[in-house]
Design a protein around this ligand. Structure first.
Ligand SMILES: *Cc1c(COP(=O)(O)O)cnc(C)c1O
Length: 414
């Protein structure tokens, strides 16, 4: 028998300017090539503790219950939902894009009674609309996406925690797409649970899901565990307090990350190194500075695509800093043009889902790629490709408009 053994992994040079994943910070890739240590090596447990401390600053929380779930962003979502929802609990999910549907689906798998409200893609909810639905539905949990990459919208969250508090509702948010590139204040906004991933504004690969839980959420999880343990030592599967996942049982995961360090899974060492470095580079540059860099790159890209004659999708006033959706011009074959960008320029931009499929491209400026040269290179390449496929584009328009945004910002800073 003969086997053809492929060569060592050797990816092509790519500039990832889609809605995620994005090109990682070089130092994150370096951190991820560091040697492994044992699960309970003092170096490893210290690195876990440091990582918790770093992410408390990233989330803007004092909560000890700030850690990583091993897996992609949806591992964080599943851990939060399976641990906070008991079968039969009412859960309210305001849906303004694809990821709202995902939260509703996962809540259903957690056997919740799921209620949704919807708004048109490209819009966000007024806090009053969410409060009205809470009064009507009386949920135990509100599950709300912050930044939905499918539509690029950034749902304002600053008033939601107070609304939830007033009505005795737990507040969970998926901040995967937004964290790091847009404001997030876990404690000040009264967030009870929030989850993310590394592959958007945090500038790492997918595969680790930062999570933070408020004392109220931790209490619910611990009570659930106590009630459960009281029923039967090994857990009674017929009890509503029984968490129907071992891997995502936050009660157990908190014991592993907490002072007792009770064995649960084996923490994914290399992902921990990567997640730690993502937070470290963010905090070294400064949380506000990184948000400002995303705002500037996002504004330069926005003005750039407008100057190319492209129509921007959705309510721009509520757009995330780090991604823009543009309508594909009449007559331009969207996927073929995207393919040309990738093949000829090594630049990846995103397609779209659901009602927007085939109608818009999504262009991201996130993490390491929220950079002037990445913005200008992408606009120059996009201009050439648009022209190649017959779209009328003013020469130099896109790049010049973006250069002007950067020049204006530099003049403003002087
Ligand atoms: C990108 C994104 C995810 C991604 O989930 P993965 O499991 O990492 O693929 C989840 N939620 C939101 C809001 C996102 O934008």
């Amino acid at each position: 028998m003969t086997h053809t053994i492929p060569g060592p992994i050797d990816p092509p040079a790519r500039l990832l300017m889609g809605p995620g994943p994005i090109s990682a910070y070089p130092s994150v890739l370096r951190a991820m090539s560091a040697p492994l240590v044992g699960q309970y090596d003092p170096f490893m447990t210290a690195a876990m503790t440091e990582t918790q401390e770093l992410y408390r600053a990233v989330w803007a929380t004092q909560s000890d219950a700030t850690l990583l779930i091993d897996g992609t962003s949806r591992a964080g979502i599943e851990a939060a939902m399976l641990s906070l929802i008991r079968p039969g609990d009412r859960v309210l999910v305001p849906v303004f894009g694809r990821f709202g549907h995902l939260l509703a689906e996962i809540a259903e798998r957690a056997m919740a009674e799921v209620h949704t409200i919807e708004t048109a893609w490209g819009q966000v909810f007024a806090p009053s609309a969410i409060e009205e639905a809470i009064i009507r539905v009386r949920p135990t949990l509100l599950a709300l996406v912050q930044g939905d990459t499918s539509t690029t919208m950034n749902q304002p969250l600053d008033e939601i925690g107070a609304i939830c508090e007033r009505h005795g509702v737990l507040f969970y948010t998926d901040a995967t797409a937004s964290l790091g590139g847009n404001p997030f204040e876990a404690d000040a906004w009264g967030v009870d649970a929030a989850t993310a991933g590394l592959q958007k504004c945090l500038g790492g690969p997918s595969g680790s899901a930062p999570i933070t839980l408020s004392p109220r959420a931790v209490e619910l999880i611990q009570n659930r565990k106590k009630v459960e343990a009281g029923i039967r030592e090994a857990g009674d599967p017929s009890s509503p307090d029984f968490v129907r996942s071992n891997y995502f049982d936050l009660g157990m995961i908190l014991d592993y990350w907490g002072p007792r360090r009770l064995n649960h899974h084996t923490e994914a060492t290399t992902m921990l190194y990567g997640a730690r470095e993502c937070a470290r580079v963010l905090l070294l540059e400064g949380r506000d500075e990184v948000i400002a860099r995303h705002e500037l790159a996002g504004r330069a890209m926005l003005e750039g695509v407008r100057a190319l004659g492209l129509t921007v999708f959705g309510d721009v006033a509520h757009k995330m800093h780090n991604v823009v959706a543009v309508e594909i011009p009449e007559g331009v074959p969207g996927d073929v043009a995207r393919g040309a960008l990738l093949e000829d320029f090594g630049i990846e931009i995103g397609t779209s889902f659901g009602p927007l499929h085939g109608k818009v491209w999504r262009i991201g400026t996130m993490g390491y790629n929220a950079r002037k040269d990445a913005v200008l290179t992408t606009l120059a390449a996009l201009e050439q490709v648009l022209r190649r496929f017959g779209a009328p584009v003013p020469a130099g328009g896109g790049v010049e408009a973006a250069v002007d945004v950067y020049a204006g910002a530099a003049a403003g800073a002087r």
